[in-house]
Design a protein around this ligand. Structure first.
Ligand code: SAM
Length: 460
């Protein structure tokens, strides 16, 4: 741990003085888990009533809670599988609060994987509007798509693109843009040997140049009057105040916004920047020794002007046969069709897209929208994302387990279960929160819970 860690602390001592000791201790400490309640499924106060874990509120995020029990394993709880919460560092929860998207808006998360902040943005949108969740890393973007599905996000398009390609296509289109930039990750140095190996003062400069380039594309993507939030989980002024100072110098059409302050927020530090613009003090720094979480930097920027571009509506482009199969499924298994507009067939998948499909032409698309199911051999087969995006009361056949029912874990392990019900699709749930599909036939429930999510058989 010595070497780079010591170099890092020495640099931080120049900034923090005596405070570097509690700072270093806080970074070394193992954190309690923290979760953000998924308001697409239930309100924080309702979750608090049923929570199997003790909860302490995160001071700056009404949906956020620390779980002050080191033995709690919220990632393995069935509520996690049902998308009732997302595990997230408390400092990262401030992004959704500061950017604060409103239902109906068009929002872009440019560096979105694995989806902590994107799922928060979708929840604030109440699934109404458009969320473009993008990440150029092919492995990470797959995890992003899965997390959006688990949380029940139905308004998202998932892309795997470079920001410059998005800026060519979507310039001036988004009401709110988040750049949660790739950074040197100093907040994770104490526990991540790989981050320590990569870290060096020289590296901070090259990261800053990279961040500046991403931010410049994000500026093109923001509409006049729109908001752009820059975030990092690192402390180096090179990657924070200095990136914002250079950005403001090159983009006089943006101003730094003064945000509502919590007593635990520190300000940005102009005196740490080579370009000491006084307005840098409007940025927010969260420190790991002053509040929950490992620390973050945020700068909320607004573009001048006031122009909402036309928002083209998606059209139904489902071939007749596929539409018939989808409608037949809905009539038989659901109370009503959960999506009626913007239906498209993309490869074998039936999706509800939140924007016209032509807008995505030529881009690397992982999900053009909410994956309702697949059209195979003339039949509609529902997807996991459909189960997680609806309420149990919308399905005709529901098998809802209590937490103490041993069949619950058996289902999550992927096992087949005995079930006397009508032949057809069954929505499986925990306490009325959907978990996935099963298909009932001849007294057995075939298990369609996705392999990637299944509990290991060693966990009973
Ligand atoms: C700090 S992480 C994002 C975390 C994510 N926002 C969340 O809350 O879960 C930074 C992300 O930036 C992505 N990235 C790397 N290069 C990028 C680029 N040129 N443009 C956009 N994103 C990039 C990485 O793949 C990584 O997933």
């Amino acid at each position: 741990m010595a070497g780079r860690w010591e170099d890092f602390l020495q640099r931080m001592a120049c900034l923090l003085g005596e405070e570097v000791k509690p700072f270093a201790e806080a970074l070394r400490r193992s954190e309690f888990p923290a979760l953000r309640v998924n308001t697409l499924k239930l309100l924080p106060e309702h979750f608090a009533k049923r929570s199997p874990f003790p909860l302490e509120p995160v001071p700056w995020c009404p949906e956020g809670f620390v779980v002050p029990d080191i033995g709690a394993r919220p990632a393995l709880h069935p509520y996690h599988a049902a998308g009732l919460y997302y595990l997230q560092d408390p400092a990262a929860m401030l992004a959704g609060v500061l950017l604060d998207p409103r239902p109906g808006e068009w929002v872009l998360d440019l560096c979105a994987a694995p989806g902590g902040k994107a799922t928060h943005l979708a929840a604030r949108l109440q699934n109404c509007g458009v969320l473009v969740a993008n990440d150029p890393n092919p492995r990470r973007v797959t995890v992003l798509a899965r997390n959006l599905e688990r949380i029940g996000v139905t308004c998202a398009v998932v892309l795997q693109e470079e920001p410059a390609r998005l800026a060519q296509r979507f310039a001036g289109l988004f009401d709110r843009v988040l750049v949660d930039a790739p950074c040197s990750g100093e907040a994770t140095l104490a526990h991540d040997p790989e981050a320590r190996r990569r870290w060096s003062p020289k590296k901070l400069r090259s990261m800053a140049a990279w961040q500046g380039r991403i931010l410049a594309e994000a500026a093109r993507l923001t509409r006049p009057g729109g908001y752009l939030l820059y975030a990092t989980c690192t402390f180096a002024p090179e990657e924070n105040e200095e990136v914002i100072a250079s950005f403001l110098e090159a983009h006089p059409e943006f101003r730094l916004v003064e945000v509502e302050r919590h007593p635990l927020f520190d300000r940005g530090h102009p005196e740490w920047s080579r370009l000491p613009l006084p307005e840098l003090a409007r940025a927010v720094r969260l420190w790991p020794h002053r509040g929950p979480g490992k620390g973050h930097f945020y700068a909320l920027l607004q573009k001048e002007g006031e122009e909402t571009p036309p928002r083209p509506q998606p059209r139904n482009l489902l071939p007749l046969e596929a539409e018939k199969a989808y409608r037949t499924f809905c009539e038989r298994h659901l109370k009503d069709a959960p999506a009626k507009e913007g239906l498209v067939l993309w490869w074998e998948g039936v999706y509800r897209v939140p924007l016209p499909l032509e807008m995505l032409e030529g881009l690397r698309v992982l999900r053009p929208g909410w994956w309702l199911g697949s059209f195979k051999q003339g039949k509609f087969v529902p997807d996991h994302a459909l189960a997680l995006g609806i309420k149990a009361k919308q399905a005709n056949q529901v098998l809802s387990f209590s937490l103490s029912d041993p069949r619950l874990k058996a289902y999550l392990r992927g096992e087949e279960l005995p079930l006397n019900a009508e032949e057809g699709w069954v929505l499986v749930a925990v306490e009325e929160f959907p978990l996935g599909w099963g298909y009932c036939r001849q007294g057995r429930l075939r298990n369609f819970y996705p392999r990637a999510w299944r509990l290991p058989t060693s966990l009973s």
